[in-house]
Ligand binder design. Structure first.
Ligand code: C2E
Ligand code: CA
Ligand code: CA
Length: 283
């Protein structure tokens, strides 16, 4: 029934064995996820965000990982289930607390260093999100200025008024707001003036096409000058090659993230003395 509804209300679909299997797998995963949240069986990876102009590591994006019975499950698979089942808030709060503990030395030694946290649209619309996040931060004595919140456009589509209000509260509390995967969704330009966004992140699909697709290269240039004109910061993600880095540097986009510099890694790897040096050596 769900499949038929997803395909449009007036359609019909035959129920197949394959779908049966799919649903079974999803239910199993859902149950495993519930247990894992209860037992706090997730861990964090962090991917550095590098300023190639000033040669500094500005911060890291927190990327959640789940080891389910020895098998690593992709966040692209478990985040939607966590959203559907209402577990996403708890999962995000756990991840944030973990990050504040694991990265405490880096955060306190570098007051400008930040953690970029992905927030699910459902979570942002929760009434008490600002208070909850501030409460978690207060316990570890970290300022909201060291936290960026990554949101996607879907939030802005869901309930515009509520979203605007929530984002204004978060911003007033001192959080920086980042619009993720920019260029992939509706990217309505009015959003950028209606919502208190500080940073936009150019989606990796455009960065992938550097040197391959002239149209995508033009889109990157356009997004970058849009950001400049609106006085927004701009990050490009998914940088995998030196060629891509050079293209971005040439248009002035100098805050970059991607496998070329570093893959997402554990806090232990990030805290190694040589880690930052090795990354900066690649510029
Ligand atoms: P995203 O927010 O767009 O995160 C970027 C994804 O691109 C990450 O995948 C990262 O590992 C990957 N990536 C980074 N650099 C490169 C590169 O140079 N090349 C390629 N091919 N990929 C690169 P990951 O960790 O598998 O996460 C997938 C998605 O899951 C994220 O996409 C995000 O939407 C979601 N996600 C991950 N962690 C969280 C979380 O804590 N909360 C929420 N709400 N969503 C999360
Ligand atoms: Ca993100
Ligand atoms: Ca992204």
């Amino acid at each position: 029934m769900m499949h038929a509804k997803q395909a449009g209300r007036n359609g019909f679909k035959f129920f197949s064995e394959e779908m049966n299997e799919e649903i079974k797998q999803k239910l199993i995963l859902e149950n495993d996820l519930k247990d894992a949240v209860k037992d706090n069986r997730f861990f964090n990876h962090y991917q550095p965000i590098v300023d190639i102009k000033t040669k500094t590591i500005n911060g890291v994006e927190l990327l959640m990982r789940w080891d389910n019975k020895g098998q690593l499950v992709s966040p692209a698979l478990f985040i939607p289930i966590a959203e559907e089942t209402g577990l996403i808030e708890k999962l995000t709060e756990q991840a944030m607390k973990r990050a504040l503990i694991e990265l405490a030395p880096i955060l306190s030694n570098n007051p400008l260093f930040y953690i970029s946290l992905n927030l699910s649209p459902k979570h942002i619309l929760k009434a008490n999100i600002t208070e909850r996040l501030l409460y978690i931060l207060a316990k570890s004595q970290i300022s909201p200025r060291q936290i960026r919140l990554e949101i996607t456009e879907s939030i802005l589509l869901e309930d515009k008024f509520k979203a605007a209000k929530q984002l204004q509260n978060l911003k007033a509390a001192g959080f920086k707001l980042l619009l993720d995967d920019f260029g992939t969704g509706y990217s309505s330009l009015t959003y950028l003036s209606q919502f208190p966004i500080d940073v936009i992140k150019i989606d990796q699909s455009f960065v992938n096409s550097i040197g391959i697709d002239k149209d995508d290269e033009s889109i990157i240039k356009t997004i970058y000058s849009l950001a400049e004109n609106l006085e927004l910061y701009c990050i490009a993600e998914g940088v995998e090659t030196q060629e891509q880095m050079i293209f971005l540097a040439n248009i002035g986009c100098h805050v970059l993230q991607g496998y070329y510099f570093a893959k997402p890694m554990s806090a232990k790897e990030l805290r190694k003395n040589s880690c930052f040096e090795e990354i900066l050596g690649l510029i």
